[in-house]
Design a protein around this ligand. Sequence first.
Ligand SMILES: *Cc1c(COP(=O)(O)O)cnc(C)c1O
Length: 456
Amino acid sequence: MLESLKKMFSGNEEEPVNPGSKPDISREKSAELYEKAKTYFPGGVNSPVRAFKSVYGTPLFIQKGDGCFVWDADGNQFIDFCGSWGPLILGHNPQKVREKVTEVMQNGMSFGAPTALENELAEIIIKNNKHVEKIRFTSSGTEAVMSAIRLARGYTRRDKILKFEGCYHGHSDSLLVKAGSGLVTFGETSSLGVPKSFAEETIVVPLNDREALTQAFGQFKDQIAAVIIEGVPANNGLLMQDPEYIEFLQQICKENGTLLIFDEVITGFRLGFEGAAGYYGAKPDIVTYGKILGGGLPVGMYGASAEIMGHISPDGGVYQAGTLSGNPVAMAAGIAQLTELLRSGFYKELNNKAAEFVESIQRFATARNYKFKVFNIGSIFWFAFTDKDKIQCAEDIDPASMEKFKVMHRELLNRGIYLGPSGYEVGFVSAAHSKIELEKAKRAILEALDIVFRNK
Ligand SMILES: *Cc1c(COP(=O)(O)O)cnc(C)c1O
C-alpha cells in the first residue's frame, strides 16, 4: 500500500513521536525566589493554586510575557496556555493595551472621583451586550459575584442562594460552600473561617441534574433569592451543560421568582463578546464579569436591567462600594482590550484556531486508544484523562486521573509549554498564539501523551 493510503486507513495520521522524558529545566532562580517568598507569604504565594501543590516541582517565577510566550526567572521560555488564568485573550502585553495604559497613567492613577474612562468602558459593554442595561465596576471577580448575590437578596427580599457543585465563584463566604451528603443539602463550608450559619443559606446541588433542582425549589419554596451558575463551568474541569438544561434552569427560576445569575468571569468576552449568555441565547437576570474585562488589570463588574440595578446604592438600598472601583488605569486596559475584541471576525478566527489545535490532539490520542479527551468550547480547552464522551458534573471527574496530568505537566514544562498547575484547570488559546506556535505546542503535547501512556 502507498504510504499515504496506509496512513489514511490506519487513522493514525501522526508520526510516532519521541517517547523519552526530557531532563528537568533549570529552576535555580525560581527555586531561590520561592524559598524567599515562603518566608513572606503563606505557601510562598498570593493565591493558592500558584503553589504547584498538585504538580511536580515548585512554582516558576515569571519575569516577563510577550504574545503567547512567558519567560521565567531562569530565562526558560514557554508557550503559555494559562494566560493569567483567562484575562489575556490578546496574549501577553499587547501593544494596544500597553499604549493605552501608559497614556492614561501620565495623568495620575486614581482619584476616587468619576472619570470619563468609566463611561467609555461602560458604553463599549452596554452597547454590545443585550443582557445589561446598567453596570457597576468592581476590582475583582470575587467582589462582582459577592455584590451580585447581595443585589439578588436585596431585590427578592430572600436569603437563600443555590449554587452547583463544581462551580467556582470566587472566595466570598457564601460561596465557599460545597455539597453535603444527599441530593439536596445545605452546603458545608469548604474553608475554615466560614460560619456554619452562612453555609446554611447556600444550597448546593449537582450540575446537569433536573431532579435535584426541582427538589431544591420544592423544599425551599419562596426562599431562594438566586441561582448562580458559571456561564460554562470552567473552574473544575470544563463541565459543559446541555442547552436544554440551561433552558430548564431559566424556566424554574422564573416560575419561582428566583433571579438567575450567570457568573461569566471566565466566559464573559471569551466565548464571544456576550459570553455564555450570548452563546446559549440565555437570559440571565444578573451577569458578572472579570478577567478579560480588565485586560490584565484588576477589574470586575456586575450588571442587570436598569430596574434591578436600581436597587444598588445610592439609588437603592443595597450597599456596595470600592475605593479603587472604576480605576482609570484599569479602565484604560479594559477599553483597549475590549475594542480589539469587537473587531469583526475576532472570535471566529480565534475559535477556529483553537478548534483545529484541540482536534489534532484528539485525533492523535484516539488513534492510539489513549484514555484522553480534550474538551473544548470557543478558545477554552481542558485535558481530561478519561474515556467518557461527556463530563457534565463534578462527580464525573476521576480524581485518580490527576496523576496522569501531573506527569503531563512536568513533561510539558520541560518542552517549553506552560499550563496552569492543576489538572482541574482549563487552558486558553489567545489571539497571540500563531499557527506555528500551536503546531510546536501540539508536538510537545503528543510527546507528553506518549510518555504518560507509555506504561498503559
Ligand atoms: C476567576 C473567577 C472568579 C473570581 O474572580 P477573581 O478576580 O479571582 O476574584 C469568580 N467566578 C468565576 C467563574 C471565575 O472564573
